[in-house]
Each structure stands twice: as C-alpha cells, then as structure tokens.
Ligand binder design. Sequence first.
Ligand code: LER
Ligand code: MN
Length: 278
Amino acid sequence: MQAWSYALSSAHYAPATAPILLRGDVCLNLKTAAALGYQGLELHTREDVQLDYDTIIGTSADCGVSVAAVVTGWLNTQGGVSLVDDRPYISHAAIEGMRNYIKMAARLKTNVIIGWIKGLIPEGTDPQPYLERLAGNLTMICTEAREQGVKIFVEVINRYETNIFTTVREAMDFLGSWEIPNCYIHLDTFHMNIGESNPVEAIRSCGERLGYFHVADNTRLYPGSGIIDFRSYFSALKEIGYKGFVSVECLPYPDGETAARRALEYLKQCEPEIRTEG
Ligand code: LER
Ligand code: MN
C-alpha cells in the first residue's frame, strides 16, 4: 500500500516562470489531475477569489481528486501584505486574508500553506521583534484554523527567497519554543537542496511535525530530471510515518502536463523499497 498520495500544483493563471503545472479552471484541472494519475490538486490563489464550491466539491468527488492544500503566497506577492510587517494595518490585512483562506480550506476540506506571507525581516534589524510578532500572529491564525478543522503548514523556503525559516532546524526550534498549536512543517526538496547540509536527516528531524511535502529536482524541473536522491528522501518519509501529500511543485517544462506525467512516473519508481505491508 502506498503511504502517501500525490498532488500537483495549479493556478487559474501563473507566468511560465512559476512552479505551477496546471493552469486554468479548477474543475478542469481536477479532471486533468485524475487523468494523469494524481490524487490531489494544490490551489495557488488569491484570498478573495470567488469559487463555485458546490461544483468543485462535486467534481472532486466524481474524479477522486481532492484539493491537497490552499497556498497563500499571492496574498504577499500580489497583495503586498505580510504577517511581520511593522505597520499594524498591513499585518492586520495579512491576518484578515489568512482568515479568508482558512474559510476556503474549511469548505474544501483541506489545509493551508504559509510561505511568503510570513514576510521578510528588514536587513540589518534585530530579528527578535519580528519573530515575536510572527509567533503571536501564527498562534492566532493556527488556533482559529483548528476550530474549523484546518491545519496550517509552514514552508521552509531557501535563503535567496526569504529570511525566516530557511532551514528545518530554525522552523522546528521556533514552533517548539513558542508552542504554536496546529502548525506543521512543510518541506520542499528544491529548497532543502539549498538550505540543508543533510536533507534526509532534516526530514527525519521533523518526525510527526511534518505536514506537507513539495517535490522538484535540484534545478526545480520535474523529479527525475536532476540529481536529488528521491529514494532516500522517501525512505526517511516512511521512517517518520508520513501520510500527507507528496505534491509536485516544479517548473512547467517542457510543458505542465508532460512534467507532471514524468514526475509521477519517476516518483513511483522510487517507491517500491518503501511500500508498506498490505
Ligand atoms: C512555494 O511553495 C515555494 O516553494 C516558493 O518557492 C514560492 O515559489
Ligand atoms: Mn514549495
């Protein structure tokens, strides 16, 4: 039996340089994901998007593909707000946006990813007040999400894109010392390849706190195109009993569907040694 389910990234619109595989309508993408052999579709979207929930939920049930997670980065990159911003009216707008994403996820029976919406600590400043602000805001968001049955996944992102949680150790220490409830670690093999001296140990160190897992190869093309040793990563996932999604978030080359097809074919080849009994 397979320990985890596979998902792939999607958005209504995204530039070709974004690690998004399927573009366009959510229901069409759910059907395409099913035809490609996936069990989950990850939604990169704005917090105020109008979704036809009944149709999405019906299509999802019909084709056997669930929404794997709602991704919040665009609230930062397009909306211009962040959870650590010094201006209260900006960080409050980020929290309000997160509340919308949580409602969206609750209706879709899925979870929420926090990546860039954390924001950046300004260069040359004392990080402590920003980390304290982040801890307070995350505690509030994660507590409210738990009341709606939604988990929050905090992504570890490479140091060229962010300066908060660039390694697993940093994220684990933060979550542990602030005792943030309902908050799980989200790893991405592309980012780990930059930030982790030993990615396999990094996966192991998350233990039960690992909630979500993005896969791309070292150049951010599809898994199997480069040099990342997915077999050893999968063994580590199995060791810690990971049961979430393994979600392909890679560049759409040579095109999204081909990349998705090649990724899944390769990832399944990495599986046999990790198959569980039954
Ligand atoms: C988002 O999941 C991510 O990995 C960031 O690098 C934004 O693309
Ligand atoms: Mn990612």
